[in-house]
Design a protein around this ligand. Structure first.
Ligand code: GDP
Ligand code: GDP
Length: 455
C-alpha cells in the first residue's frame, strides 16, 4: 500500500519534447449588469473570487482556472471593469474585444428580461468580425415562465440562445456543456512550439517601469526574428531575441508594444497581459523602477508572478537615475517589502542606456536552472535525516510528529511531499523550506513543501 501511495506521487516526468499546451480560453463578455460576474462565480463555484470587489480598487485577477466535467479551461472575466465606462457603447465593445482576441470561444451574456440593447448590438458587431465560436447566454431566466424572453434573442444571429439563471444556477450546466463542445482541446494562443525550444520569458511590471524600453534595447542591438508561427490575429505575439549567442522567446510582446489608448480599458488590459504572459512563460522578469518608491501595484504584480509558479528575476530599472539618497531608501524598501522574494536574483539595469543589460541572461539562466532542478530521492532523504536528527520537531501535546520519507513530486517549480506521522507546525515547515534553500540553492524559483499525514 505504501508503494502504491509513492507510485502515485512519482513525478509526471518532464518530457522535453512535449509541446506546450495551455488550457483553452473562454471569455465572458457583455454590457454592464447583465450578470457576467455572477456567472463567473457560478462557474468557479466560489463566491469570494469576484464579489469582494471594492469600488475604486484595481482588481488584479481577470483570468481564472476552471473545470467542467473534468476538463480544464481558462475563464477571462471582463465583468466589474467597465462600471466607470460612461455608457458609451463603443467603449464597452472595445474592452470586450481585448478579451475576445485572446479567447478560443466567447460567452456573450445578454439580459433576457431586457432584451438586446444598443450596447449589446455594438458587441455583436464586434464579435461578427472575429469569427470565433460564440455561445449566446440569455441570463436572468430564473424560471420557466421567462424562457419566452430568451427566444427573442435568436435575432442576434448567434443561433440558439441558452436560457440560464446565473444567480440560481438554472441551465448553466447545459450551457457549459455546449461551451466545452465548441472549445478546442488546447488554446490556439499558447504558442504550441516544442518546449525544448527557446526558453520563454515574460517581461512584466506596472505601466512606465520600462518594459518596452528594455524590449527595444534587447531586440535593437541584436538580431530580431519575428516568429511567423506565433502570429495570431494581427500582431506577432512573441519575439525571438538572440542574447549571448542564444535565442530567447519573449512572450506576449505585442501586448508591450501595443499602446492602449482607451483610458477605461487600461487597467483591465494591463492585468490581462500580465497574467496571460505569465501563463505562457517559464521565467518572469519583474521590472521595478528605482526612481520611484515601490508601489502597491508593483507588489501586486510581483505576487501574481510568485503565485504563477514561474521562475523569477527582479530587474531594478532606471538605475541611471539613482543617487545616494534614493539608494539608502531603496535598500530599506527591499528589506521591508521584498523580504518574501529574497531568493530571486536581482539585476540593476538601465533600459535607456543599456547599462548592465548583459546581466539579464545569467540571472535568467540561474533562475531557470533552479526551476528545473530535481533532487534525487536518496539525496533528499539524506538531507531530511540530518535535518531531523539535528533539529527534531518540537513535542506537541506529548506527541512528536516524525518525517518518514520525502520525495520531490515535480519540478518547474520544485514541489516536495513529506510523509509524516502527524501535522508539522507551519514554523517547522518554513524551517525546512529555508534549509532546502540553504542546501540546494533554488535561487530564482519558488518551492513548495506539502505534507501527507499517515495515521
Ligand atoms: P455584470 O456587471 O455583468 O458583471 O453583472 P453582475 O453579475 O454584477 O449582476 C448585475 C445584477 O444582476 C446583480 O444585482 C445580480 O444579482 C443580478 N443578476 C445576475 N444574474 C442574475 C440572474 O440570473 N437572475 C436575476 N434575477 N438576477 C441576476
Ligand atoms: P513601459 O510602460 O513599462 O513599457 O515603460 P516604457 O518603456 O514605455 O518607459 C516609460 C518611460 O520611462 C519612458 O519615458 C522611458 O524613456 C523611460 N525609461 C525607461 N527605462 C528607463 C531607464 O532605464 N532610465 C530612464 N532614465 N528612463 C527610462
Amino acid at each position: 500500500e505504501e508503494d502504491a501511495a509513492l507510485l502515485a506521487l512519482e513525478p509526471e516526468d518532464y518530457d522535453p519534447d512535449a509541446p506546450l499546451q495551455l488550457d483553452p480560453v473562454l471569455a465572458i463578455v457583455g454590457r454592464p449588469n447583465v450578470g457576467k460576474s455572477t456567472l463567473v462565480n457560478r462557474i468557479l463555484g466560489r463566491r469570494e473570487a469576484v464579489v469582494e470587489d471594492t469600488p475604486g480598487v484595481t482588481r488584479d485577477r481577470v483570468m481564472y482556472s476552471a473545470t467542467w466535467n473534468g476538463r480544464g479551461f481558462t475563464l477571462v472575466d471582463t465583468g466589474g471593469w467597465e462600471h466607470d465606462a460612461r455608457g458609451i457603447h463603443a467603449r464597452v465593445a472595445d474592452q470586450a474585444e481585448i478579451a475576445v482576441d485572446m479567447a478560443d470561444a466567447v460567452l456573450l451574456v445578454v439580459d433576457a428580461t431586457v432584451g438586446a440593447t444598443a450596447t449589446d448590438e455594438a458587441i455583436v458587431q464586434m464579435l461578427r468580425k472575429k469569427k470565433k465560436p460564440v455561445i449566446l447566454v440569455a441570463n436572468k431566466v430564473d424560471d420557466i415562465q421567462n424562457e419566452a424572453d430568451a427566444s427573442t434573442l435568436w435575432g442576434l444571429g448567434f443561433g440558439q440562445p441558452w436560457p440560464v439563471s446565473a444567480l440560481h444556477g438554472r441551465g448553466t450546466g447545459d450551457m457549459l456543456d455546449q461551451a466545452l463542445e465548441v472549445l478546442p482541446k488546447f488554446s490556439a494562443h499558447g504558442g504550441l512550439e516544442r518546449s525544448g525550444g527557446p526558453r520563454r520569458v515574460a517581461l512584466i511590471g506596472r505601466p512606465n517601469v520600462g518594459k518596452s524600453s528594455l524590449l527595444n534595447k534587447l531586440a535593437g542591438s541584436d538580431r530580431v526574428v519575428v516568429d511567423p508561427l506565433a502570429g495570431t490575429t494581427r500582431d506577432p505575439v512573441d519575439e525571438m531575441i538572440e542574447l549571448d549567442g542564444r535565442v530567447w522567446r519573449f512572450v506576449d510582446t505585442a501586448g508591450i508594444r501595443r499602446r492602449v489608448h482607451m483610458a477605461q480599458g487600461a487597467d483591465f488590459y494591463a492585468s490581462l497581459r500580465t497574467q496571460s504572459a505569465l501563463e505562457k512563460a517559464e521565467v518572469a522578469v519583474v521590472l521595478l523602477a528605482v526612481d520611484e518608491v515601490l508601489s502597491e501595484q508593483d507588489i501586486r504584480i510581483l505576487n501574481l508572478a510568485m503565485e504563477s509558479g514561474r521562475a523569477l528575476v527582479l530587474a531594478f530599472n532606471k538605475w541611471d537615475l539613482m543617487d545616494d539618497e534614493r539608494r539608502k531608501y531603496l535598500e530599506r524598501e527591499i528589506e521591508q517589502d521584498l523580504a518574501h522574494v529574497e531568493w530571486a536574483p536581482r539585476v540593476n539595469i538601465s533600459a535607456l542606456t543599456g547599462w548592465h543589460k548583459d546581466r539579464l541572461t545569467p540571472a535568467l539562466d540561474r533562475a531557470l536552472e533552479s526551476w528545473d532542478t530535481r533532487i534525487p530521492t536518496g539525496r533528499l532523504n539524506a538531507f531530511l535525516g540530518e535535518l531531523v536528527a539535528a533539529h527534531p520537531h518540537p513535542v506537541r501535546g506529548g506527541k512528536q510528529p516524525r518525517i518518514l520519507f520525502g520525495t520531490q513530486a515535480s519540478s518547474r517549480p520544485p514541489k516536495f511531499v513529506l510523509f509524516t506521522t502527524g501535522f508539522l507546525d507551519p514554523g517547522y515547515r518554513r524551517f525546512i523550506q529555508r534549509r532546502l534553500r540553504e542546501t540546494f540553492g533554488f535561487e530564482g524559483t519558488p518551492i513548495e513543501v506539502a505534507m501527507r499525514v499517515r495515521e
